[in-house]
Design a binder for this molecule. Structure first.
Ligand SMILES: [Mn+2]
Length: 258
C-alpha cells in the first residue's frame, strides 16, 4: 500500500537531486505546472492523475536523466562527447576515422543510445583509445547510483559469415576478457588490434566486466561490426531499469563500486 504523502516526498527528492524546475517536473509526471506546484505545496490533495504519473516516474528508476557530457583535451586528442542512455539511437559521430564512426554508430543504433561525438587527434591509436576512455567514463557517470539496473546481459550477433558473442556485467570493476581471432584483412587501413584496444579501454574506464568472443567468420569488417552491434545490444539490456527492483541495487553485497 503506497501513501500519497510517501509518493510526494519521493517526487520532491527527485526534483532536488536532479535540480529540476517545477515545469520540468510537471512534464516528467505528465501534469500541468500549476497542478504540480499546488500539489507540492500541499494546496490540493494529491489526485489520481498526479499519483499515477508520479508513480510511473518513481518506477522508471531514480527519475533522474541518465545522460552526461564528457570533455577531454590532451596534447594528443580533443574529445567532446554527449551520451543519453535512455535515448533513441540517434547519433552524430565525427572522429575523422570513417570505420570508427561506422562502428560507434552501431553501438548507438543497436543500444538505442543517443551519442554526440566530435573527436580530433594526432593518430588513430590515440583517437581510438581516448574515445573509448570518454565513452566508458560517460556510461559510468550517466548510470549514476545504478539503482534498479538489470546489470548483466549478453548478445550473440551474426553478420553474414561471422558470429560473435559478448557479455557485460556492470559490476563496478573494469575487466575485459577477449578472444578475438581476426583474419588480418585490410579494414580500410584500420588496424584490427584497435578493436581489441577499444574494448579493453572502454571496460576499464566504464568499470564493467566485458567478455567478447568471435566464434567464427572470415571478414574482419563483419567481425568488428558484429562486435559493436553486440556491445550495443548487451549494454542496452544491462543498463535497462527493471521496475521490479527499481529502488534497489542489483547485488547481494549492499553496494556496487562506482
Ligand atoms: Mn559495415
Amino acid at each position: 500500500m503506497v501513501s500519497a504523502e510517501g509518493v510526494l516526498k519521493q517526487v520532491v527528492q527527485i526534483q532536488l537531486k536532479g535540480g529540476y524546475s517545477d515545469q520540468e517536473m510537471a512534464r516528467k509526471i505528465g501534469c500541468s505546472r500549476p497542478l504540480y506546484q499546488r500539489t507540492r505545496t500541499g494546496k490540493v490533495a494529491v489526485g489520481g492523475t498526479f499519483l499515477r504519473g508520479a508513480m510511473r516516474l518513481i518506477a522508471s528508476g531514480s527519475g533522474v536523466d541518465r545522460k552526461t557530457r564528457v570533455i577531454r583535451e590532451t596534447s594528443e586528442t580533443n574529445i567532446a562527447l554527449e551520451l543519453n542512455i535512455d535515448g533513441n539511437g540517434l547519433y552524430t559521430i565525427e572522429t575523422g576515422i570513417s570505420i570508427l564512426d561506422h562502428l560507434l554508430a552501431q553501438l548507438a543504433r543497436h543500444g538505442l543510445f543517443d551519442i554526440k561525438l566530435k573527436a580530433t587527434g594526432d593518430d588513430a591509436h590515440h583517437l581510438v583509445e581516448d574515445v573509448a576512455i570518454c565513452l566508458g567514463k560517460a556510461f559510468q557517470e550517466a548510470l549514476g547510483d545504478k539503482k534498479g539496473i538489470v546489470r548483466m546481459a549478453d548478445a550473440t550477433v551474426p553478420m553474414d559469415e561471422s558470429l560473435v558473442m559478448l557479455a557485460v556485467d556492470i559490476s563496478g570493476r573494469g575487466y575485459a576478457a577477449l578472444d578475438l581471432p581476426f583474419s588480418g584483412n585490410d579494414m580500410s587501413g584500420f588496424s584490427v588490434d584497435l578493436v581489441r584496444h577499444f574494448l579493453v579501454s572502454f571496460a576499464a574506464e566504464g568499470r564493467l566486466n566485458l567478455h567478447a568472443r568471435i566464434l567464427y567468420g572470415s571478414n574482419d569488417h563483419h567481425k568488428a561490426e558484429a562486435l559493436f552491434k553486440a556491445l550495443g545490444r548487451a549494454l542496452d539490456a544491462a543498463t535497462r531499469i527493471d521496475p521490479r527492483i527499481s529502488s534497489e541495487l542489483p547485488t547481494t553485497k549492499g553496494r556496487l563500486e562506482r
